[in-house]
Design a protein around this ligand. Structure first.
Ligand code: HEC
Ligand SMILES: [Cu+2]
Length: 466
């Protein structure tokens, strides 16, 4: 009954708005090309949630299959239960894009349709031409217009985008010894065109414009006040789930945020540890793959033992339409995402991020600590530094258990982290890898460049290859 009242209210409101400003009717005079339709659907990210026959990558599992939306629309219009203002199939589809809250679709592939998932701001992010293109395509006009897709096979020109790589030294200072207090953390969800590799760009979804998201540092017992803003230009709702939170959804239950809005979450950091946080808006795997993950360190009482240098590295996968190495802008590929077949594996968001662009640097005689996490969304990392042995591994990022000592490779699951420490005895270039080394060929590598005098007693040799 409540839902019905809400629907009725929404319908009356919509009628008033439409009457006041004159509804923009779907324009059926123009015929849109396949490229225009695909671009509009990609911009609206419809394919991340909906299956849309004939559209590459539109194989979503959250929303209903839109293949039969004309029949759905006709049935609704004739049912007598329909409370909207549409008279035609086209108007019905347009209305469900612009006012999704009015609609309760019959069912979604995973069960009852989750409410409030379809972004309510399509009307702001898509222009009327783009909406018309989608409406025309979904309502089946023009009849059978588009055959085999040609979009992916055309070779593309190299593209350039923003630098989204988080510097591995971008870490706040240790908290050390203080009493618990209240700490404010600011997050902003921003979708932007970033450089994925040489000549290749990708639409990242980020917290604060970089991947991984900011490294946060609080103390056990602190009260943490998180402000999550979703940039007005976003196409998606976004949210945040902190693994350091005790409470529903790790905070995502109260932080689902529409473009242009802000949510506030307060939680008490009950346990020390190094915790992943990530966006938790459906399809969650897609939001994570697109870059929405980071780490928060909850320091134990008194802080961590001091080291000379700390670094922040996270591993993720990227699922692009084009093969690894393809030039130009790459759309996200939902089929590959659901099949867990990434084209790229990356540290800190992009190929070359912490090798050529922003390597880790240190000196012989120093101690280093790496905060390492896996955003994923899917692959466990066998984290290893070639040429080093971890003196201490805080297994599973537990800071209350004694660390493992003298470890070669440590396993870090998606949504998990580790803290490793070691001292540097020999200068040279050390390579951070996931020891599942095929991933090195797909972009996954980092450098730790160590300066200092040679130490032949520990490492020496003459190469037979010269
Ligand atoms: C984040 C996931 C998501 C995105 C992105 C999304 N939708 Fe939806 N959509 C849904 C869900 C879930 C429903 C069912 C919700 C409901 O009925 O309340 C829905 C419902 C619909 C419906 C009504 C379907 C019916 O059977 O009644 C249409 C039409 C639709 N979406 C079109 C689109 C188009 C076009 C786009 C892109 C411009 C889009 N959606 C983007 C999740 C999404
Ligand atoms: Cu998100």
């Amino acid at each position: 009954m409540k839902t019905f009242a809400k629907l009725l209210g929404a319908a009356i409101l919509l009628t008033l708005i439409l009457a006041a400003c004159g509804a923009s009717q779907p324009d059926s005079s123009k015929t849109y090309t396949e490229a225009e339709v695909s671009a509009a659907i990609e911009k609206g990210a419809c394919g991340g949630c909906h299956t849309i026959p004939g559209i590459q990558n539109a194989v979503g599992v959250i929303g209903p299959d839109l293949g039969d939306i004309s029949e759905v629309a006709q049935a609704a219009l004739q049912s007598g239960n329909y409370s909207g203002t549409a008279k035609t199939t086209e108007e019905f589809i347009q209305e469900s894009i612009l006012k999704p809250d009015m609609f309760i679709a019959a069912s979604c592939p995973t069960g009852p349709c989750p409410a409030g998932v379809m972004p309510g701001t399509m009307g702001d992010t898509l222009n009327s031409d783009e909406i018309n293109a989608i409406v025309q395509y979904l309502s089946g006009l023009p009849e059978g217009a588009y055959g085999e897709s040609t979009v992916a096979s055309t070779p593309q020109e190299p593209t350039t985008g923003a630098d989204i790589v988080r510097d591995p030294t971008d870490i706040p200072a240790p908290i050390g010894d203080r009493e618990p207090t209240t700490v404010r953390l600011d997050l902003e969800a921003v979708e932007l065109e970033g450089q994925l590799a040489d000549g290749t760009t990708y639409t990242y979804w980020t917290f604060n414009r970089a991947v991984p998201a900011p490294f946060f540092r609080v103390r056990v017992g602190d009260t943490v006040e998180v402000h999550l803003k979703n940039d007005a230009s976003s196409t998606m709702n976004h949210s945040v789930d902190f693994h350091a939170v005790t409470g529903p959804g790790g905070g995502s239950a109260v932080t689902q945020t529409e473009p242009g809005k802000e949510s506030i979450l307060t939680f008490k950091a009950l346990k020390p540890g190094l915790f992943v946080y990530h966006c938790a808006t459906p399809m969650v795997a897609q939001h994570i793959a697109n870059g929405m993950y980071g780490l928060i360190l909850v320091e134990p009482e008194g802080g961590l033992p001091p080291v000379d240098r700390e670094f922040y590295v996270m591993q993720g996968e990227i699922y692009t339409t084009g093969d690894f190495g393809s030039q130009g802008h790459q759309a996200s590929d939902t089929t590959k995402l659901l099949d867990e077949q990434p084209e790229y594996f990356v540290f800190n968001g992009a190929v070359g991020s912490i090798t050529d662009q922003k390597p880790l640097t240190a000196n012989v005689g120093e101690t280093v600590r790496i905060f390492f996490g896996v955003g994923g969304p899917n692959f466990t990392s066998s984290f290893h530094v070639i040429g080093e042995i971890f003196d201490r591994v805080y297994n599973q990022a537990s800071l209350t258990s004694p660390p493992l000592t003298d470890v070669q490779t440590t396993m870090v699951p998606p949504g998990g982290a580790t803290m490793v420490e070691f001292s540097l005895e020999v200068p040279g270039k050390y390579i951070l890898v996931d020891h599942a080394l095929s991933r090195l060929q797909r972009g996954l590598a980092g450098y730790l460049i160590v300066d200092g005098d040679p130490n032949p007693e520990i490492y020496n040799g003459t190469s037979g290859s010269e």
